[in-house]
Structure formats: C-alpha cells, structure tokens
Design a binder for this molecule. Structure first.
Ligand SMILES: *[C@@H]1O[C@H](CO)[C@@H](O)[C@H](O)[C@H]1NC(C)=O
Ligand SMILES: *[C@@H]1O[C@H](CO)[C@@H](O)[C@H](O)[C@H]1NC(C)=O
Ligand SMILES: *[C@@H]1O[C@H](CO)[C@@H](O)[C@H](O)[C@H]1NC(C)=O
Ligand SMILES: *[C@@H]1O[C@H](CO)[C@@H](O)[C@H](O)[C@H]1NC(C)=O
Length: 454
C-alpha cells in the first residue's frame, strides 16, 4: 500500500515546476475546474466551471495583510528571575511518551512541568513508538541530549544516569490516564514518588496546570520551546533537505490519510473508489456520522479538508498557483491530485531524498524533518491544528516567523452549508483567514506565549 502510494506520488511529483507560463497555469486551472463533476453538498466540485475569475488575480496574497497582534515567548519564563531549585529532591521521574513524534514531545513537555512541580529530578524520557511507526527511535535519536540538559539548567534537574541505589531497577509506573476530572499531581502522584523514589508517568491531559507555581510553568516552557534541538545528524539531514527546496517556499501540512479520515467519522462524496476503499478499510468500528449528525459534526469543523478543498482555499487566499510548496506530510495522502493539479510546484521528502535514504528512514525521523523544514520555511499553512502544528507554530513565533496560518475547517463547512460557492465562497474565506492572520489567531500556545499589540 505504502509502496503504491509512493510510486503514485513520485509520478505526480516528478512533474517538476519550473517554467510554466501563466497561460499554461490558467489553462490547466480551467481544465481542472471543468473536470469537477456534478454538485455535491460538501465538495468544491460544485463550482461552476466558468467562474475562474472569482480568484482575484490582482489581490495581494494573505501575507500582505498588516498584522495587529503578534505572539512571542512570555517574558516571565526568562531565566533571570528563576526560583532556586531545591537542594534535596523528592525522587526521580521518567516521562513515558507514546504516539507520534509531536505527541510524545507534548507529553514530555508536560512531564517536565510535573517533575519541577514535585521537586523531582528528571531522567531522560522513554519515547515509545506507536505501532504504525514500525521502528524504534528513542529520545536521544531525535533530540540533542546535552543541549537539553544545558538549556534546562536552573529550571529543572535532569540526569542522564540514575544514582547507584536506583539504577538497577525499573521505575514504578504511576498511571495518570485513568484519573478522571481535574487532576492534581501533588495530591495524587507525590505520595508515590516519596514512597518509591523512582516512578514513571505519562502526563494526563486533565491536570490542574492553573495551580502550577510559576517555576513549574517556567520549566515547562523553557524545556519545550528553548531546549529541544534535533540531533546534529538530523539537523544535517534537515538542512540538506532545506537547501534542495527552491526559495521562497510555503510548507503545507496536509492531513488526508485514510486513518485520519476514518478517525474523523466524516463522510465524503466524490472521492475515487480507491480512496473510499482505503478509508473504509481504516474505519473499523468507527462508522461515519449520517444525516443531521453528520451535518452538525461537519459544521463544527471536525472534517479534514480534502486536497481539493485545500487548493481552493489557498487560491482564495490569493496564494499564487506557482508558489513553491513543500508538502510536510506522510506518504499516504489520498486524492493528492486535487492539490497537485493546481499547485504544480510541489516538493516532498520522497522527491528530494535519494530513494535509499528515504526507504531507510524511520517514521520519527521523517516527522522530525517535516518539523525542521516547517520551522524554517517562509510560510507555514496547516489544514488542521494538531500536535505538530502547535509545536511548529510556537517555534515559528519564537523565531519571529509570522507567516503562519491554520485553515478554518469550520468556516469552510459553514459557508458551504450556507450555500456559498465560487466567488462568494472565495471572498468569505479570504475575509475569515485574513482576520485570523491580522489578529494572530490560533498561531501560538497561550501557556508560554503572550500577545503583543503591534
Ligand atoms: C518544592 O520546593 C519548593 C522550594 O523550592 C517548595 O516551596 C515546595 O513546597 C516544594 N514542593 C514539593 C511538592 O515538595
Ligand atoms: C515492518 O518492518 C519489517 C522489518 O523491517 C518489515 O519486514 C515489514 O514489512 C514492516 N511493516 C510495515 C507495515 O511497514
Ligand atoms: C509566479 O508568477 C508571477 C507572476 O506571473 C511571477 O512574478 C513570479 O515570479 C512567479 N513565481 C515563481 C516562484 O515562479
Ligand atoms: C479534485 O480535483 C481534480 C481536478 O482538479 C479532480 O480530478 C478530482 O476528481 C477532484 N477530486 C475530488 C474529490 O473532488
């Protein structure tokens, strides 16, 4: 399956960008639009074929809008005003992380805050790879350990090795996941830590972070946004890749893989039989919503944007169709022609890396490369606001790269359900996203970043 996707995508992506004249672009756009078959409620396929003019060619792109608000790292986690670390610790904590790279990173960040909160010393985390990675790649394979320890000095204690009396045993696992409601680590975890001296946790989402003392929040922010750097080897790979992409470029994080679509429980019409098959196979017990429930679900912005819809929104944002785009995405994207038939200057890892390199590369490594490219690109657009997007957005804000935008699935669904099409739809999407961009909405995490008026 993956191989099939690879060969399809390498065919698509081998159509190199370069010297297409405007005429060619316009013609292919027209052809693409004519190819849209009968109207369906939720697909941009229902656009009238002769309405190309609704994408105003004279409009400057979305990035020309003047921002009034910017997110920057808050001053309060600056190391000047640090609370001294306790002389005696309450024990040692290992953070056990699961899932994709960015989910593991998020949990690890939370774990740093917990360790500081409990006056514990942090042991290097365990990065447990999810089944779909089919590989093993631990924390030290992805992140620069010495840099992490150096950067968190004064914020939280970190050791590479446990003291002798503990080094021979595994940590006692304290399960936070089953705790319901608001979760307080001092009440629920500190007793176990004091009893066993060495525990492992996977932070729960429902923790009372609002009760955190200032120094625990500072440790989290510093560790997450100022101490995680890819290993030298990965940075080298990343910068080689970055060099190979023509500048300037947009990094586009597209999510339309079978498991993603299946998980969303959304129904789509007009997809190819192959895509429908792949989605059905991934659904398992998660049946899609139907009828009114499906409509409400979609209007709440729960349904991933198709590549076609994404291409439509990008055009509505006046992003020229000859823009160089790096696809920060996995290999299994469905319906990718919906994008590549319009935006033709598309680069992916599989086109840029030697096939040998690509095949041998771990899932975590690929995710790390997408992350690296996305925090270095001129612009970043995501069709979703997932863990990767949150990390990328925060790191871009730290670096002062403000051309960052999250497409609004909710607005798109809302306008479609109100019957907007063509120029009306494009104009409405333009206004919504321009306002988001001007207000810096959704582009940084409020925990560690503060809003600055411009
Ligand atoms: C951690 O240490 C600080 C002093 O640095 C102290 O105020 C706080 O109560 C301690 N917390 C725990 C959970 O031991
Ligand atoms: C997982 O890795 C093994 C060994 O490298 C390989 O034989 C197998 O095909 C892989 N499975 C998937 C689903 O990629
Ligand atoms: C895209 O087209 C515009 C106008 O047709 C041109 O000015 C610009 O240089 C082109 N950009 C790229 C990356 O080819
Ligand atoms: C997306 O658009 C392309 C052409 O632009 C078309 O061939 C394809 O069928 C469309 N797919 C969907 C799901 O609308």
């Amino acid at each position: 399956m993956i191989q099939m996707m690879n060969s399809i995508s390498s065919k698509i992506f081998s159509m190199k960008p370069s010297t297409l004249s405007i005429l060619l672009v316009v013609t292919s756009l027209l052809l693409a639009l004519i190819a849209f078959s009968p109207p369906t409620p939720f697909s941009v396929k229902s656009l009238p074929p002769n309405s190309l003019s609704y994408f105003s060619r004279l409009k400057p792109d979305i990035w020309s809008a003047t921002r009034t608000v910017e997110w920057r790292p808050c001053k309060w986690w600056n190391s000047d005003s640090l609370t001294a670390l306790p002389v005696e610790n309450n024990g040692y904590i290992r953070v056990d992380c699961y899932g994709g790279l960015n989910q593991m990173r998020r949990d690890f960040c939370d774990g740093v805050g917990v360790a500081r909160l409990l006056n514990a010393t942090l042991v290097l985390p365990k990065f447990e790879v999810a089944a779909y990675w089919n590989e093993s790649s631990g924390f030290a394979d992805v992140f620069d350990v010495d840099y992490f320890i150096q950067q968190t000095k004064g914020f939280v204690n970190v050791v590479k090795d446990l003291p002798e009396e503990l080094s021979s045993r595994e940590p006692v696992r304290v399960d936070c996941s089953k705790r319901k409601g608001q979760f307080d680590y001092i009440e629920s975890v500190l007793p176990s830590l004091l009893e066993h001296r060495y525990i492992s946790i996977t932070p729960a989402m429902s923790q009372r972070r609002d009760r955190y003392p200032f120094y625990a929040r500072a440790a989290l922010c510093q560790a997450c946004y100022n101490a995680l750097r890819l290993t030298k080897a990965l940075e080298k790979k990343g910068s080689d890749l970055l060099h190979a992409i023509p500048k300037p470029f947009l990094s586009l994080h597209l999510r339309f893989e079978p498991d993603m679509v299946a998980y969303s429980q959304c129904e789509y019409t007009g997809l190819s039989p192959a895509s429908m098959h792949a989605i059905d196979a991934a659904r398992g017990d998660r049946k899609p919503w139907t009828g009114d429930a499906a409509r409400i679900w979609r209007n709440r912005g729960k349904c991933p944007l198709t590549p076609n819809e994404t291409a439509f929104i990008l055009q509505a944002l006046a992003i020229p169709t000859n823009t160089t785009i790096y696809l920060a995405a996995g290999d299994g994207l469905l319906e990718i022609e919906g994008l590549t038939s319009i935006y033709k200057s598309i680069y992916t890892k599989s086109t840029l890396l030697s096939s040998e390199d690509f095949v041998n590369m771990h899932g975590n490594t690929k995710a790390a490369l997408d992350y690296y490219i996305s925090i270095s690109s001129d612009a970043y657009i995501a069709t979703y606001f997932g863990n990767m997007d949150k990390m990328v957005s925060a790191m871009r804000a730290s670096k002062g790269l403000y051309r960052t935008l999250f497409l609004s699935r909710r607005a798109f669904a809302d306008y479609i359900s109100k019957g907007l099409r063509g120029k009306e739809l494009a104009d409405a999407l333009w206004k919504t996203h321009r306002d988001d961009f001007i207000m810096g909405r959704g582009s940084a995490l409020p925990d560690c970043f503060c809003e600055y008026g411009l």
